[in-house]
Design a protein around this ligand. Structure first.
Ligand code: CMC
Length: 376
């Protein structure tokens, strides 16, 4: 039997030119550029161009790319009615999965997997995803829908459609940094899912729908909701230590900590920590931030030596809360950003495809008699 790695730990299953991770040193780069550089100096539009083209755009290229992204924010005819027929109490992740899948039925040529066609579809899906989530949130709150404004960038436009007013620069920039830091991350579970699906030469809608299903799990992108629930559950900063130590003693996972690849600090968490601290001060959420930093200290003391540190989901929870997003919108925000990475991986897979088809180690019995049903 060949080697078996439970959870495929350490197995290299694809090549990518998009993100590089050194989990021991806590390094993340997009096409060689450290994530801290991109988060502090780049835009989300620029980041998507970088991931899809493996280089930064010049001024004209960026203007054209951004114009294209902002031009497709409107939903195809029929999609809005479909959305307004969904149950209001549905979780927005189920809405995202359903509506991204439904976009395929409004595409005249959904099965086209020529690279240029897929790139074009990816752009339209990425542009429309914020509209889907903003429309749904306003519909369930009984508020009139706000149409996208094509002259706004990705971050401003989403917050405008959600809240009905243009965001402050600080809010829009904080949201944009969240988008940049969540855009791609090697062969994580949802990205692998997207690549597995497209490797059958299926279509981009199916691959992205599967990826959204993967992301919503609490061990993956769903952890940011768990972090926020934990922060609410802990009454005061003084209660943090017994709460966390109690969890560890009961062998419960503390959401927002640990990572399959990082055994050092997750560099995305460092970026988001800065952001969360600033936003918490600006929005009067200091106690929430204090609880977060105390949790981090207690966890570092208790399990830091085992390589379990805060991950990207930990401070993104405080950040999203301070931006004013409701709890069940946290994981959909991860979708908005990661659509960029998933689509880039789908393009990479299609450019050099081989069907994913691993094997399972059979561990059951052999040579069993067939017992007739009346004797069982
Ligand atoms: N809290 C407490 N203990 C932990 C944690 C945690 N967050 N993470 C790992 N451990 C312990 C775990 O209990 C186990 O201990 P033992 O060896 O005594 O049984 C050991 O560390 C190994 O854990 P594992 O779950 O087998 O390791 P993994 O490589 O499969 O873990 C993980 C990766 C992300 C699933 C895990 O760290 C976890 O469940 N974290 C909490 C959920 C979370 O924050 N997920 C977001 C991940 S980052 C963003 C993303 O991918 O979307």
């Amino acid at each position: 039997m060949t080697d078996y790695a439970k959870g495929l730990e350490g197995v290299i299953a694809a090549e990518t030119r998009m993100s590089y991770i050194d989990g021991q040193k806590g390094i993340l780069e997009y096409v060689g550029i450290p994530i801290g550089e991109l988060a502090s100096k780049g835009t989300f539009e620029e980041t998507v161009f970088l991931l899809w083209n493996q280089r930064l755009p010049n001024r004209d290229e960026l203007a054209e790319f951004a114009r294209n992204m902002h031009a497709h924010t409107g939903l195809p005819a029929g999609m809005t009615n479909r959305l307004l027929a969904l149950p209001m109490q549905a979780h927005p992740m189920h809405v995202m999965r359903t509506m991204i899948s439904a976009l395929s039925m409004h595409d005249e040529d959904p099965n086209n997997i020529e690279l240029d066609a897929v790139r074009d579809k990816a752009m339209k899906i990425l542009s429309r995803a914020p509209t889907i989530i903003a429309y749904f949130d306003r519909y369930r709150r009984g508020l009139p829908l706000i149409d996208p404004k094509p002259d706004l960038d990705f971050a401003h436009n989403f917050l405008y459609m959600l809240n009905g007013a243009e965001p402050t620069e600080a809010m829009a920039r904080a949201f944009e940094i969240c988008m940049i830091t969540h855009a791609d991350h090697g062969l994580n579970n949802s990205t692998f899912t997207a690549r597995v699906i497209i490797s059958t030469l299926s279509d981009i809608y199916s691959a992205l729908t599967g990826a959204i299903g993967s992301l919503r799990g609490p061990l993956h992108g769903g952890a940011n909701e768990g972090v926020m629930r934990m922060l609410w559950e802990i009454p005061t900063v003084d209660d943090v230590e017994p709460y966390i130590l109690g969890k560890l003693e009961r062998k419960e996972k503390v959401m927002g900590f640990g990572h399959r690849v990082y055994k050092a600090h997750d560099p995305r968490a460092a970026e988001l920590k800065k952001l969360a601290g600033q936003l918490a001060r600006d929005t009067g959420n200091e106690e929430l931030y204090e609880k977060s930093t105390r949790i981090e200290q207690v966890m570092e003391r208790a399990v830091g030596s085992r390589g379990i540190y805060a991950n990207v989901d930990f401070y993104s929870a405080t950040t999203y809360h301070c931006i004013g997003l409701k709890l069940d919108l946290f994981t959909p925000m991860f979708v908005l950003a990661r659509l960029a990475g998933w689509s880039g991986h789908i393009l990479e897979q299609l450019a050099d495809n081989r069907l994913f088809r691993p094997k399972a180690a059979y561990v059951g019995p052999h040579d069993q008699p067939y017992t007739p049903i009346e004797q069982r």
